[in-house]
Design a binder for this molecule. Structure first.
Ligand code: HEC
Length: 244
């Protein structure tokens, strides 16, 4: 702000101040009245419409898909696409905190007197980019697959075989995803890298019978899966024996 602009601003300010009314009690009274109206509307709505609490929580479900509220979808998506555990705190706490600090400090580093968006290109472009990025991440987060799903490209030979093989593969993939195998095993980019071995290429190590035998009669700490319904058991074995 140069000297002339500053004088013009101070002059306008003095004129407005002479014409205006003090903040207290005029503006405070208006805000207070409006706050009371909003409160009254919320109370009336909660009395008349009630609160939506959803269905009762079911502690035995194994297929529950945890989802954040929609306004956290962008953060959820960031968490989902960033796989290395060491980068997760940086991405989910570091970046948003940094953005908040930058926003908070804006009046200190942007001292320009301009208020029109078209005369503040850097601020305007930054704002648009941030909004567009959050909108994109929110959209992606809203349409993301289930966190209990295994996301990996289907091997070419399975796609080529098609039909029953592909069907069993997909069915088995779903059962594996929902049976807690990923808690101990890694498959592709999914799951934890211990205590069980990586299963991404299990079929090249273990024949079909070996896989079935492991599921029925595993070494601790792996639990036995011999009580899976036969159809599910079959598709799990089928899925794993395609992972060459
Ligand atoms: C509690 C952890 C845990 C869970 C859950 C678990 N496993 Fe395992 N799994 C292990 C461990 C540990 C081993 C290694 C045992 C050994 O080497 O004798 C293993 C071994 C295996 C092997 C043999 C791997 C090899 O290289 O020989 C297969 C196949 C396997 N698991 C599949 C599964 C499937 C499929 C599921 C889900 C239906 C599952 N596991 C769930 C811990 C687990």
């Amino acid at each position: 702000m140069n000297k002339r602009e500053k004088e013009a601003y101070l002059r306008d300010y003095a004129i407005l101040k002479a014409k205006g009314k003090p903040f207290f009690p005029y503006a405070v009274a208006k805000d207070g009245a409006m706050a009371c109206v909003v409160m009254a509307v919320i109370i009336t709505m909660s009395l008349v419409l009630g609160a939506e609490l959803g269905s009762k929580a079911n502690p035995t479900t194994t297929t529950y898909v945890p989802r954040p509220e929609w306004y956290f979808f962008f953060l959820f998506e960031v968490l989902r696409v960033i796989k290395p555990p060491s980068l997760v705190p940086l991405a989910t706490i570091g970046v948003p905190t940094l953005a908040m600090i930058l926003l908070f400090l804006l009046p200190f580093y942007d001292r320009g007197p301009e208020r029109r968006p078209e005369r503040r290109p850097i601020a305007t472009v930054t704002g648009i980019v941030v909004i567009a990025a959050m909108a994109f991440l929110t959209y992606e987060g809203a349409n993301a697959g289930s966190p209990t799903a295994i996301e990996m490209p289907t091997p070419a030979h399975v796609v080529k075989a098609g039909g029953a093989t592909l069907g069993e593969y997909e069915a088995g993939k779903l059962v594996v995803a929902q049976s807690g195998c990923l808690a101990c095993h890694k498959i592709g980019e999914n799951g934890n890298s211990g205590p069980g071995p990586d299963l991404t290429h299990i079929a090249s190590r273990l024949p079909r019978q070996g896989i079935a035998r492991t599921l029925v009669n595993p070494t601790a700490p792996m639990p036995s899966f011999k009580n899976l319904p036969p159809q599910k058991f079959k598709s799990v074995v089928e899925f794993l024996s395609q992972l060459k």
